[in-house]
Design a protein around this ligand. Sequence first.
Ligand SMILES: *Cc1c(COP(=O)(O)O)cnc(C)c1O
Length: 394
Amino acid sequence: MTNFATTLDLPTTNAGPRTTTLVRSGLNDDTQYNAVIPPLHLSATYRFPSFGTKGQYDYARSGNPTRDALIEMLVGLESGTHGVATCSGMAAIHLLFQTLKPNDLVLASSDLYGGTHRLLERLGQDSRLRVLYIDTTDSTKTAAAIEEHQPQLVYVETPSNPLLKITDIQAVAEHCNKAKSLLAVDNTFLSPSGQQPLLLGADVVLHSTTKYINGHSDVIGGAVVCKDAGLGENLAWWANCLGLSASPFDAHQTMRGARTLFARSNVHAHNAMHLAHWLDDQSACSRVYYPGLPNHAGHDIAQAQQLHFGGILSVEFAPDVDIAGLTSRLRCFTLAESLGGVESLVAHPASMTHAAMDFEQHKQAGISDRLLRFSVGIEALDCLQADLQQALND
Ligand SMILES: *Cc1c(COP(=O)(O)O)cnc(C)c1O
């Protein structure tokens, strides 16, 4: 196996104190039985101590101790002050858009998660808000657009899906600040272990906790975390009003998964970095997209704003590679959508995650039929590399 000693050095994430806080979040809070791990509270309703006085909780849609423990964990992870734990990533994104008014303008990255794009398109068509897409990886263009349109909300995904394009969060945040636009960043692809948008100047950070935060591909969940108390209260109000909050069981599972986030992230990023370099040397690969590769378009910005380069990479294969055959020969990469679980997955964006787009839109987005996206898991690196090698050589 090639030794990429220099590139394999883990970036200095200064994750130590954050790791400890995360692992120990909510421990030892149980006063009834001294349970170490926070108990799972399933009760839908709570007894009133006496007529006309309610306790801390009354009804579980409005509030629940298990969900609150998860929120505290997530708010801490993103260095925010307020948060909502939702029943899916899309619920979290919907919740944020719910705070906008019909004439409000959303300036969004042109390279968006499919579900977010679908939601924005429909809200725009129904005149529930106005939407404008822009290539946010171009800081100059983005600055000009923010100045010209003074949007209420700028909505960014970085790294983007599936080409891992990088937007300079700090640069966009400065322009948002001047225009009094709110900046929201979907941080799903890196997780808080790899990037802290609120510390880079963003106002809101969103997650599909389904991915790295839960990390075990067995819960659908989401989160919004912000810095402003007024916005936090508004988001919580809508979450209760619409019933978008996470179930106590899912919240408990997510906390269990999240405790190992930093340990998992190190292995994801380490495996992905090695495989990206290795694939880049293979003649069957025309192009490897991974922010950790020095030839990646946003590498320098990623290096500056990220704490690691993440576990997702995409590969455009040479014209003579049989893509369907390749995916069927893989043993350690399951052909499936989603990402961020401990297990390695492979997806064909053109026919799977981005199937809602037509040929012209694929071409515009740079998603070719020969592109595969890999969510690199935490299996042994040599097993993953050997698997790719045998699948390529056949
Ligand atoms: C998966 C995903 C979502 C949607 O999350 P769900 O939990 O599936 O609702 C949103 N944004 C990104 C970047 C995602 O990968």
